[in-house]
Write a protein that binds this ligand. Structure first.
Ligand code: MG
Length: 157
């Protein structure tokens, strides 16, 4: 059986915070505000995978009220999600994502992100497709005040 799940995340961007996307530090003057490292790509992928697995959502498994996750590297969320999928004998077939961010350009960082995400999930980088869009200067994302991400996960099992 094939199962799919969608994920979405958004974080506000503030000056002087490290911009972590897909487990990779992208040099920029702003970064996400969040309880963890605010990695929208990791969070949205986590939600897509949990959704496809019928396992709820990221807030249930990794509540931001839990001090354990303060400043956490979000790849840990994916590693844990992988274990939950393994327990249900579900295999990741493919992941696709759109990161929405006005600046900087993300394309040069995609190979490192796919590598880091694939390692955390025990899959191959070619099972992960990444895309980037700007928001055409419209709304908070377009003004550079936030970063957003949309994802879809396909599982088999
Ligand atoms: Mg988040």
């Amino acid at each position: 059986m094939t199962r799919s799940g969608i994920g979405y995340d958004l974080h506000r961007l503030n000056e002087g915070r490290p911009l972590m996307i897909g487990g990779v530090h992208v040099p920029y003057e702003k970064g996400p505000v969040g309880h963890s490292d605010g990695d929208v790509l990791a969070h949205a992928l986590c939600d897509a995978l949990l959704g496809a697995g019928g396992l709820g959502d990221i807030g249930t498994h990794f509540p931001d009220s839990d001090p354990k996750w303060k400043g956490a590297n979000s790849l840990m969320f994916l590693e844990h999600t992988r274990k939950l999928l393994d327990e249900k004998k579900l295999r990741i077939a493919h992941l696709d994502a759109i990161v929405v961010l006005e600046r900087p350009k993300l394309g040069p960082h995609f190979p490192a992100m796919r590598e880091a995400l694939a390692k955390s999930l025990g899959i191959r980088p070619d099972q992960i497709n990444l895309k980037a869009k700007t928001n055409e200067s419209v709304d908070a994302v377009g003004r550079g005040e936030a970063i957003a991400c949309h994802t879809i996960a396909t599982l088999e099992g």
